[in-house]
Every structure is written in structure tokens, then in C-alpha cells.
Design a protein around this ligand. Structure first.
Ligand code: AMP
Ligand code: TRP
Length: 335
């Protein structure tokens, strides 16, 4: 009786990650780590968003590899298939279908305000695709299909979550209560890890310079070389100061990997220089990633196992998505 009650009350968590580029410590500290650490007591769904990935050009062979790699990394980082469903977005056609329906409710003006689109389209100019513009509608569909309560994401996704709530409200007020309004869950620290080469830009998978990001699968040598080469300022004292963004970023990464308090970290580096901090930081990251990399290597030896987990994941979530889509179609008169 008790378990049935608590199951019924369990909140649903939904989040997604794009299988593009290499997954980096920004993704880990801002999102994946939290997904893994708060699975118990929630009903969790994590989606490899391959349809979002194709909003920028992808090599088909590479994309296929990266979808499986992203899934493997999630399990390696501690996502437990007994507690969480992991699946590939394009395996549930309801995502694309609901996105289309939402397109027909979202005013152009809302989409034109999306800063992620503005930033990305500035870089790509006329090559920018309609799909990239429409990205937030697909993301709203992802979330709304599953009666999601909580969406744990990094800071950069906050605006997309607001749009999701807005379109859900618009649907509800037009057609009657249908969608639950999801809440973003953004970590207090680490929600925006910055590039090692440029602390004014968030660490991203598309950062082209080799020293931009530490990837979860980087070797100890690569991690040392990237951290030693990270940008810093010309001041000396090591303490947490938002006005010194490069140093602040390194210290936040240190803080999150060690779990130490800020005062302890500052005491540890009192009278020391950047070289000491960087040397220590590299080792802290190497140690922090070691278990993830170890588990990743074990899991890649059994591709059939990962496939079976993805099949298990999709078979749990597909009925939920299809049920929601059917209700939506009935409400708007498509059925
Ligand atoms: P993406 O790489 O865009 O698929 O992002 C996957 C998750 O990682 C999302 O929840 C993002 O908000 C989060 N994320 C991406 N980049 C960063 C970053 N530099 N710092 C913190 N979180 C991030
Ligand atoms: N847009 C998210 C990102 O780039 C990925 C994503 C797609 C997502 N659909 C989602 C995140 C639904 C949370 C919920 O990080």
C-alpha cells in the first residue's frame, strides 16, 4: 500500500542531451551529474535528442556513433536503468508530431526572442536552417508529452523552458486543461561552465579550439594540457571573485569536483600561484572522471547491452507519449 501511494505521487523528471560533438564537463557539472544523483524517489526519463541534433548539419555515420556514445556515457555517469528510462528521441514519432501541432500555436514573435537561436544563427548566417529556428517547439513537445514536473538543465535552457510553459498555457487556455506546467531545475553552482580558452563564452560542444573544453573521455594527458593552457588573468591572489571570470571558472570546477567549501579551497591555495592551482585541478578532474571513463570502457565492450537498455527505455516511454498525443489530437479536432 505504502509503495503504491508513493509511486503515484512520484514526480516525473525529464531532460535531454544532444548527441553532437563531445560531451564535456559543462554538460556533466551542469546537468548529467544531477540527473544521476537525484534519481531515487523520482520517475526519470532521459532523452538522446537526435532530432535536435540534425538542426545543424551532421555526418550520418558520425551521428549514428554519437547517439550510442551519448547513451553509453549517461549510463557510465551513473544513470541507472532500473530507476530511469533512457531512449532516443526519433524512436518515438509522437515528438515530431506534437512539435508540429505546437508550431501552429506558437507566434513567430516568441521564437524570434530566443537568444540561443540568435547566437547560433549569427555564427551560421544564411546557412541557418528552419529546424534550428523551430528547435524550442520540439523541445516543448519532448517535455509536454510526458506530464513532466521537473526539467533539470543548465542555465542556457531556461528561456526554452519558459517558452514551453507559455505554449502549454496557451494550449490549456484554448482547448482546456491538458498539459502540466513543468518547472526548470537549474543548479545553484555549475549551471554555466565557461570555455577554458575564453571565460566570456559558455563551454560548448561546438567550441572549435582544442583547449576550449575538457571532454568526459579525454585522457589524463589531454586534461593536463588543456587545464595548464587555460586562460587566466595577470593578478596573483587565488580567491573566488566573479570579476575575474577565468579564475572563477577554474575554481568553480575545482569546487564541484572536490565538494570542498570555498574557504577551504582558498586556504589551500593561499600564497600559491596559478600553476599550483592548475596542476591540482587537472588531477582533481582526472580523478573525478576516472570512474565514469572506467565504466564507459566496460559498457562499450557490450554494445548489445546498451541497445537492450535503449529498447527497454523506449518501450516504457512510448505508451505515455502516444497517450498524450491522442488526447491532444482529440482536443483540437483531429480525431
Ligand atoms: P547540450 O550539450 O546542449 O545537449 O546540453 C545538455 C545539457 O548540458 C543541458 O542541460 C545544458 O543546459 C547543459 N549544459 C550545456 N553546456 C553547459 C555549460 N557550459 N555549463 C553548464 N551546463 C551546460
Ligand atoms: N535543448 C537541450 C540542450 O541543448 C536539449 C533538450 C532537448 C532538452 N529536449 C529537451 C532538455 C527537453 C530538457 C528537456 O541542452
Amino acid at each position: 500500500m505504502f509503495t503504491v501511494m508513493s509511486e503515484a505521487k512520484r514526480k516525473r523528471v525529464f531532460s535531454g542531451i544532444q548527441p553532437t560533438g563531445n560531451i564535456h564537463i559543462g554538460n556533466y557539472l551542469g546537468a548529467i551529474r544531477h540527473w544521476a544523483s537525484s534519481q531515487v524517489g523520482f520517475d526519470n526519463i532521459f532523452c538522446i535528442v537526435d532530432l535536435h541534433a540534425i538542426t545543424t548539419s551532421q555526418d550520418p555515420r558520425m551521428l549514428r556513433t554519437r547517439i550510442r556514445q551519448a547513451a553509453t556515457l549517461l549510463f557510465a555517469a551513473g544513470i541507472d536503468p532500473r530507476l530511469s528510462a533512457v531512449f532516443v528521441q526519433s524512436h518515438v514519432s509522437a515528438h515530431a508530431e506534437l512539435a508540429w501541432i505546437l508550431n501552429c500555436l506558437i507566434p513567430m514573435g516568441w521564437m524570434q526572442r530566443m537568444t540561443q537561436f540568435k547566437e547560433k544563427s549569427q555564427k551560421q548566417k544564411e546557412r541557418v536552417l528552419v529546424g534550428l529556428f523551430d528547435y524550442p517547439a520540439l523541445m516543448a513537445a519532448d517535455i509536454l508529452l510526458y506530464e513532466t514536473d521537473l526539467v533539470p538543465v543548465g542555465e542556457d535552457q531556461k528561456q526554452h523552458l519558459e517558452l514551453t510553459r507559455d505554449v502549454a498555457q496557451r494550449f490549456n487556455s484554448t482547448y482546456g486543461l491538458t498539459f502540466k506546467l513543468p518547472e526548470p531545475v537549474i543548479p545553484r553552482k555549475g549551471a554555466r561552465i565557461m570555455g577554458l580558452d575564453d571565460p566570456t563564452k559558455k563551454m560548448s560542444k561546438s567550441g572549435s579550439r582544442p583547449g576550449h573544453a575538457v571532454y568526459l573521455l579525454d585522457s589524463p594527458e589531454e586534461i593536463r594540457s588543456k587545464i595548464m593552457g587555460a586562460t587566466t588573468d595577470s593578478l596573483r591572489e587565488i580567491h573566488f571573485d566573479k570579476g575575474r571570470p577565468a579564475l572563477h571558472n577554474l575554481l568553480v570546477i575545482y569546487e564541484l569536483f572536490t565538494g570542498l567549501r570555498r574557504a577551504e579551497i582558498e586556504a589551500r591555495f593561499k600564497g600559491k600561484g596559478y600553476i599550483d592551482l592548475k596542476r591540482d585541478l587537472a588531477e582533481v578532474i582526472i580523478e573525478g572522471l576516472r570512474p565514469v571513463q572506467q565504466r564507459y570502457r566496460e559498457l562499450t565492450m557490450d554494445a548489445a547491452y546498451i541497445d537492450s537498455l535503449l529498447v527497454g527505455g523506449v518501450s516504457k516511454v512510448r505508451p505515455i507519449a502516444e497517450k498524450t498525443l491522442l488526447i491532444v489530437k482529440e482536443k483540437i479536432g483531429l480525431r
